[in-house]
Design a protein around this ligand. Sequence first.
Ligand SMILES: *Cc1c(COP(=O)(O)O)cnc(C)c1O
Length: 226
Amino acid sequence: MAVNTEAYQSIKKELDAKQVTLVAVSKTKPVEDIVALYELGQRDFGENYVQELVDKQAQLPNDIRWHFIGHLQSNKVKYIAPFVQLIHGVDSLKLLKEINKEAAKNNRVIDVLLQVHIAQEETKFGMNAEELNTAITEFENLKMANVRICGLMGMASFSDDMEKVRGEFCNLKTLFDASAAKLATHHLPLSVLSMGMSGDYAIAVEEGSTMVRIGSLLFGARNYAK
Ligand SMILES: *Cc1c(COP(=O)(O)O)cnc(C)c1O
């Protein structure tokens, strides 16, 4: 088993001291690896693929808080709506509406983060600043009762240029503060800023992250070929 429990303990301690939530990203990893961290007290786990998440959720304890951090297709919302804790990557009004609908069917309110595109790479999902503004305005007008926007999520460029990465996180924090101010006039507190992964979480925390998503530092490198 490749779980690095020492790295877990030290990262967890460091983040607790700064009141930053650690989401352990377990995609492609077996349930035994999740159990290893669960036994050390970890409860927040992140997955990217719907089928994999559903399979794991069925096999693991009920008090795990499951975060969906991948790109979610509208037609798959129904599979995770009964139990998901937080959906990080919401990047369209269409998806918000679908989550609202499926949450209502399950008599729940589902918490979500809007994903903002901050990296230079074209491949990363998310809204730009203008789309974010529009989404928030339309969300307020539609008065969706079963979905709650709790904050923003973003991914920095995959780059060794740490000043560039820092600048991208800083941009996201600025957008977060502006969105929070906008929504504060209505009664929707924005409290979660999900940014930072294995390679850049320390910078993300310095720039104001409240939630980091860490996979390979805890579980080892991923092998997608299997
Ligand atoms: C896979 C993934 C992570 C974790 O990446 P690591 O570099 O292994 O820490 C974090 N966030 C998202 C959105 C991911 O897809």
